[in-house]
Each structure stands twice: as C-alpha cells, then as structure tokens.
Ligand binder design. Structure first.
Ligand SMILES: [Fe+2]
Length: 330
C-alpha cells in the first residue's frame, strides 16, 4: 500500500492579454465589477474574445503551489490551460509553467511574471476546448497545442496520454490516463454549431477504445488507475458545455473498474457521481472575474493498493478576493 499526493488545477485560461472577459461571461457577472477591458458593445474590439486570466490570481496561485509543494508527486492540470489555441495565448500559458524563475522569488521570473517552474513539480496536463480554439471565434480543432505543449502532450486531438507514479521504496503504482475529448469539427456539436462549438466535447469511440486498452494493460500489471478528462462525463446544466456521448465514458469506466475521473471545464468545484463513478471537478484556477463559482486550487491524497484506489483526503482552497489569497474552504 502506498499514498500519492497531487495538486489539481484546471481552467487557467492564460492569455497573452490578462483581464479579458467574453461577453457571455460578462452577462454572468454584475455589471459594476471593475478591472475588465472587454466591454461588450459593437464598438469594442474585444467583447467577443474568450475570457482570459486574472493576473493577480495567477501570481498568487504560483506562490501557493510553490509554498505547498512538499510531498507533492504531481501537478495535474485538467485543460483550458490557455485562453485560446492561438500561438500567442499558448506561448503565454507555456511561460506560466516554464518561465525561468528568479533565485530571490522562486515563483516569479526576473521580469516579475508568475511561473510554476520554481516549484520543480512533475507536470501532467491535457488540452481543453479553449486550448483547441483555432481563433477568437471558438472554431474547434486548432492544431498549435501539440506543437507548443509538445513536451507534455504530443498525441493530437482525441489522443490519450499516461503518467505513471511510483515511489522508489514501494511497489504500488498509480497511473493517470488522460483523454482529449475535444471536437474534431463543428459537425460533432449538438444544437446550433456556432453556439455549441465553444463548450461542447465528443467522447469519440477511438479515443475511448484507447483509454480502455491502456487501462486494462495497467490493471493487468497490478497498477491503480484514475482517468483525467477535461469535460466531466455527466449531464451539465448548460447544454453548451456538454460532453456528447458522455454516458459511454461512464460505461467504459465501469467496464474496466475505474472509479475516479478528474475533470474541469464547468468552472465549478465539486464531486459528481454517475453509476458509482466519482467525477472530481476542479474549479477554475485563474479565469478572470470568476466570481460566481470562484477560483480554486485543490490538493488530493490517494491511497493505492495494487489496482484499488481510494481518496484519502481532498482539500479545496478558494481565492479570497479581499485577502488576496487562496484559503482552505470548509
Ligand atoms: Fe474553462
């Protein structure tokens, strides 16, 4: 038996231009909130651009992760890392993970930009729908993510990827297997495509087959397995955020005995259950003006005994905008 600890963040929406708010997100927040640049209106040049990150929260998240790195085996990032899949946004997001840290302030670069590199954690990530936007209009299947994040994700749209954890003094293994369920084209949407393409995903058969095959392979070796999907496989309140064919993911998880799926996408911190499968959903780490559902970082400890995986502890830390800090949520 062994335990593994990881930090789970999601939906950072890092962009080349922080503090942007998409008009649809704008409609969710009170109109008197200050600090945004993306004023809706036909004369604005930015109201239609997808929401980016809050620069202040990004700094504090980098600091939080640096200060809470002790005994952490992995930093898990479950998608929507960048605002869009255009190179400027993806490069800004990559710099957030890899920017060379200063020696005096290890969670900042010499130019005082936030960076997670100083924490030195192993990183496991997958793309979300935003990372696959080909442009500011949410056209799916952008192809820059694998080029810019190729050190972490090189299996393309609808690929799968595995991270295997093992401590040198123990026999038990924990495999994180991630599946990219991003859209390959607008035709996979349900509803009006130009509207649904922004937030829907598709649990494609080929991706699921690969996920199941890899899982069975690890189980045969006696490894514990959890899955990571940006889109939680459950029916969301908003059909525009739906993972199409989500129930096939639950059926596949049941078929191969996976009990935990780590997700993001909904920008809500919570755990859902579908047919006994736990879907652990991270809130948004740094999305701008995410006042309704908050900004979050999570620490999770799991116990693994051969193929059995159990969550021992999950601590949720919510951004407190008055105190400018992530604080334990009770
Ligand atoms: Fe998101």
């Amino acid at each position: 038996m062994d335990t593994f600890k990881f930090i789970h963040i999601s939906d950072l929406h890092i962009g080349s231009d922080p503090g942007r708010l998409h008009v649809w997100d704008y409609l969710r927040v009170v109109a008197h909130e200050k600090g945004y640049k993306g004023v809706p209106g036909l004369v604005s040049d930015s109201f239609y651009k997808p929401t980016s990150h809050d620069d202040d929260i990004a700094h504090k998240l980098a600091r939080f992760i640096f200060e809470n790195q002790e005994d952490v085996d992995l930093l898990l990032v479950s998608g929507d890392i960048a605002r869009t899949g255009v190179p400027a946004d993806l490069s800004a997001a990559l710099a957030y993970f890899e920017g060379k840290h200063s020696h005096q302030v290890p969670f900042q670069t010499g130019e005082r930009m936030p960076t997670l590199a100083g924490a030195g954690l192993s990183l496991f990530l997958l793309p979300g729908n935003h990372d696959r936007y080909a442009n500011d209009l949410g056209v799916p299947a952008g192809n820059h993510f694998d080029a810019i994040f190729g050190r972490y994700w090189d299996t393309g749209i609808r690929g799968t990827k595995t991270a295997l954890l093992r401590h040198s003094d123990a026999d038990d293994h924990l495999a994180f297997i991630a599946a990219d369920f991003s859209l390959r084209s607008e035709s996979e949407c349900i509803g009006v495509p130009w509207f649904s393409r922004w937030g829907q995903g598709m649990a494609g058969e080929d991706t699921l087959e690969e996920l199941v095959e890899k899982t069975k392979d690890h189980h045969e070796k006696g490894h514990g397995v959890v899955w990571v999907c940006h889109f939680p496989p459950t029916e969301p309140a908003e059909f525009t955020l739906r993972l199409n064919r989500w129930s096939s993911v639950i059926s596949a998880a049941k078929e191969c005995g996976v009990e935990h799926i780590f997700s993001g996408h909904l920008h809500r911190c919570g755990t859902f259950e579908e047919s006994g499968i736990k879907i652990i959903c991270a809130g948004s780490g740094t999305a701008f003006l995410e006042r309704a559902h908050g900004n979050w970082v999570h620490t999770i400890t799991v116990e693994v005994e051969k193929t059995n995986v159990r969550i021992l502890n999950k601590s949720d830390f919510r951004w407190n905008s008055s105190r400018k800090a992530f604080e334990a949520s009770v």
